[in-house]
Design a protein around this ligand. Structure first.
Ligand code: HEC
Ligand code: HEC
Length: 416
């Protein structure tokens, strides 16, 4: 097995997976990588590359992914898993899985600490352990809108199964407790009716989802800013109007599964016991009706505008990135103004590029450029006066790796 590295571009290197990965078994992706790299050079692309790009940008759906059969659990598989983990995962998740890899400090959200055995994305309820298939899904598809990459493009089925074996050695809870039992989703409705959405809205009020997710689902409920996860990190509840932010994917089944299982180790509760299967489908229909509002008029998650509910901005900042620097690198606004940052990073055709975040400022002023389908503009209210540093929020990007990708945001105090 040739060594594999996580895709963490170094200064001056294009944001594309290394060409060496063209040996991949996934033929489409190999073509995609080759053509995208070629496309960067001369600005042209063939139709097949466009199709491949489209495929790469199709929404990730955790629950619609067909998991291939697992190979026999052998000593070779386990050894391969340990090696693959060191090469591909330890930079973020740490050598022993303690989430202390060199990149961990640059990521928001933080990579998972595997030593605790606290898993979030699974088909099993509450605090039960995930199944092997659950781990395989997350490793294969990555998690939308976070630094967790979709490894199916880089590693074979067998390699990903080997990684699943290795993950289970990083915490004793797997051996102690074994996999939990998947929840029963019941029969998925074939189409969503207005009645289901209306019933879902009622349940949303009754179940008090709005305490965290906000009355109209903007992730701005009264508890939103106080929430922390099991690792002590602040964790914003999902804003349903940003379909691209649903970590598991934004299909009816993905949302229904999350409502059943909750997200273990986060304040997101499991409603498996409290609600019937039918009620969960109704709730999921309502949640999704909000997510889909951003597709009205044929939009895509990439075209959606973060912070749109704040209304028309007072200031629009057109921010560019060229040669690993921001242009402009000084942004000056007045306190209280609604600011929209329209970011134009260099991009390798996959929609993958640099990001934007403001140190010590509103966490919603954040563009995660690393992820396919992420919007490249964000609107926020400059409610705090002062001088702040903005930086590239893409994985592993400040400090020694992107020393020049910083700028200054000056919010001038409102005149009293
Ligand atoms: C660039 C950083 C990065 C790399 C490299 C990376 N991960 Fe992750 N991973 C993350 C982040 C960030 C999360 C947490 C996302 C969240 O839930 O908010 C995560 C979450 C996960 C989870 C989810 C656990 C749960 O709670 O259900 C699994 C499983 C996982 N990673 C496995 C892997 C494996 C295996 C590899 C190597 C093949 C890997 N990761 C490489 C950043 C990374
Ligand atoms: C106590 C606060 C709280 C309550 C109450 C709550 N949630 Fe959440 N919810 C969260 C948090 C925090 C997250 C983000 C978890 C993460 O990022 O891993 C979340 C995430 C989600 C997600 C996104 C999953 C994904 O794939 O990204 C959905 C869907 C969701 N909640 C639906 C609901 C519904 C429906 C209700 C009511 C029945 C509800 N939540 C009640 C805190 C809450």
């Amino acid at each position: 097995m040739s060594p594999t590295r996580p895709h963490i571009p170094r200064q001056g290197e294009p944001h594309a997976p290394p060409l060496r990965r063209a040996r991949l078994r996934n033929g489409t992706m190999a073509i995609l990588i080759l053509l995208v790299v070629a496309g960067c050079a001369d600005g042209t692309r063939t139709p097949s590359a466009r199709t491949a790009v489209k495929e790469a940008q199709a929404p990730i759906s955790w629950t619609h992914y067909d998991v291939p059969e697992a190979p026999a659990q052998t000593a070779e598989l386990a050894a391969a898993g340990a090696k693959l983990y060191e090469e591909n995962c330890s930079s973020c998740h740490g050598a022993t899985g303690a989430a202390d890899g060199v990149c961990a400090g640059f990521l928001s959200p933080q990579p998972r600490d595997f030593t605790t055995g606290i898993y979030r994305f699974k088909t099993t309820p509450g605090g039960e352990m995930p199944t092997d298939e659950d781990l395989f899904r997350t490793v294969s598809l990555g998690l939308h809108s976070t630094g967790m990459p979709p490894w199916r493009y880089l590693l074979s089925d067998e390699e990903r199964w080997a990684l699943v074996s290795h993950l289970k050695t990083l915490s004793p809870t797997f051996a102690e407790r074994g996999a939990g039992n998947p929840v029963d989703l019941g029969t998925e409705p074939t189409n969503v009716t207005d009645e289901m959405v209306a019933a879902g809205r009622e349940l949303y009020i009754q179940a008090q989802c709005g305490k965290c997710h906000g009355e109209t689902g903007y992730g701005d409920g009264p508890s939103a800013l106080t929430l922390v996860d099991a690792f002590g990190n602040g964790i914003p509840p999902r804003n349903y109007h940003r379909a691209g932010d649903f970590k598991r994917g934004h299909t009816l089944r993905d949302v229904a599964l999350t409502i059943h299982t909750g997200n273990n180790g986060t304040p997101m509760p499991a409603f498996d016991e409290a609600l019937s299967e039918e009620q969960v489908w109704e709730l999921a229909s309502y949640v999704l009706s909000l997510a889909e509002s951003q597709f009205a008029g044929g939009g895509t998650p990439a075209a959606a505008d973060f912070g749109e509910h704040l209304g028309e901005p007072d200031v629009v900042v057109k921010l560019m990135e060229r040669h690993w620097k921001y242009i402009p690198d000084l942004i000056r606004v007045q306190q209280g103004q609604i600011v929209r940052v329209e970011f134009q990073p260099t991009d390798n055709g996959l929609g993958v590029g640099h990001g934007f975040a403001v140190d010590g400022y509103d966490k919603s002023a954040f563009i995660n450029g690393a992820m396919v389908q992420r919007p490249k503009s964000v609107t926020f209210r400059a409610d705090k006066a002062g001088t702040f540093t903005f930086y590239c929020a893409t994985q592993c990007s400040t400090g020694p790796l992107h020393p020049k990708m910083n700028g200054t945001l000056i919010v001038e105090p409102a005149e009293s």
